[in-house]
Design a protein around this ligand. Structure first.
Ligand code: ADP
Ligand code: MG
Length: 249
């Protein structure tokens, strides 16, 4: 598909909690401009995979690489600086601040991480925040406090905040949790557009199979810490093992 190493590659990742093998030998890769859905029942090990990738957890075994560069075992901050962004299931916006201010904080934080001179950049944040707000369709609500926004709009702001650090890889753990079906599709369609424009590699989890089959390029299915299937949506839909273990048909 693309020349060179995948933007995100995990190989043989493993992590146990006590006697539970939460993640047990998981491997997959995501190229730039592609969206991989990691699906599976509750407790399958999806969030643990995310935590192993972004450095919140240290793998017992296996490797994580970004564009061919290994980052296994580095701190979350180092991995974030290397280009791995993340959105959270529970909104992490500042409710009393406006949408624009939330983005300015994110942009300032990113600039500081890069060691850029703050006062000179300050004036730029207005333009940068405006550009991001337009990209996620939130420009008209820029001066509203986040706490008064509709839930789906908070999710758009969260996406813009994640993009503020210009990630090469974006991890989205249940980005549409709590949203109505049409909002779910709208958020993933927006994500798709941004992925196309920026060439980001996206790894996401999602409970609604409807949304998964509509928006993922590739699907990886986990059960009890292991990958039981991995392929194009059409192949996953017809995989007998997946149907039995997960789709319940
Ligand atoms: P998923 O996101 O697919 O629902 P998780 O990765 O959250 O699954 O959990 C996988 C397994 O690991 C579950 O059995 C869960 O109880 C266990 N687990 C996850 N995080 C921890 C933790 N911090 N401490 C102990 N057990 C954990
Ligand atoms: Mg989870």
């Amino acid at each position: 598909m693309t020349a060179g190493p995948a933007l995100l590659r995990v190989e043989d990742l493993a992590k146990s909690f006590g006697g539970v093998k939460a993640v047990d030998g998981v491997s997959f890769a995501v190229d730039g401009g592609r969206m991989l859905a990691l699906i599976g029942p509750n407790g399958a090990g999806k969030s643990t995979c995310f935590n192993l990738i972004n450095g919140q957890l240290r793998p017992e075994r296996g490797r994580v690489s970004l564009a061919g560069q290994e980052v296994t075992g580095q701190t979350p901050r180092a991995i974030w600086r290397a280009g791995v962004g993340r959105t959270f299931q529970i909104p992490a916006t500042f409710g009393s601040m406006t949408v624009r201010e939330n983005l300015q904080v994110a942009l300032a934080s990113h600039a500081r991480q890069l060691g850029r001179f703050w006062p000179r950049l300050r004036s730029l944040f207005r333009d940068e925040s405006q550009a991001l707000l337009e990209q996620v369709g939130m420009a008209a609500q820029a001066e509203r406090a986040c706490r008064v926004l509709a839930y789906g709009d908070v999710k758009r702001v969260e996406l813009a905040i994640a993009l503020a650090s210009q990630p090469r890889v974006l991890l989205m753990d249940e980005p549409t949790a709590g949203m109505a079906a049409d909002e779910r599709h709208a958020l993933m369609a927006l994500t798709r557009r941004l992925v196309d424009e920026r060439g980001i590699a996206v790894l996401f989890t999602e409970h609604s199979l409807d949304v998964v089959f509509a928006h993922a390029d590739t699907i990886a299915v986990m059960a009890r810490g292991r990958l039981i299937a991995h392929g194009a949506p059409a192949d996953i839909r017809n995989d007998a093992q997946v149907r039995a273990a997960y789709l319940g048909t």
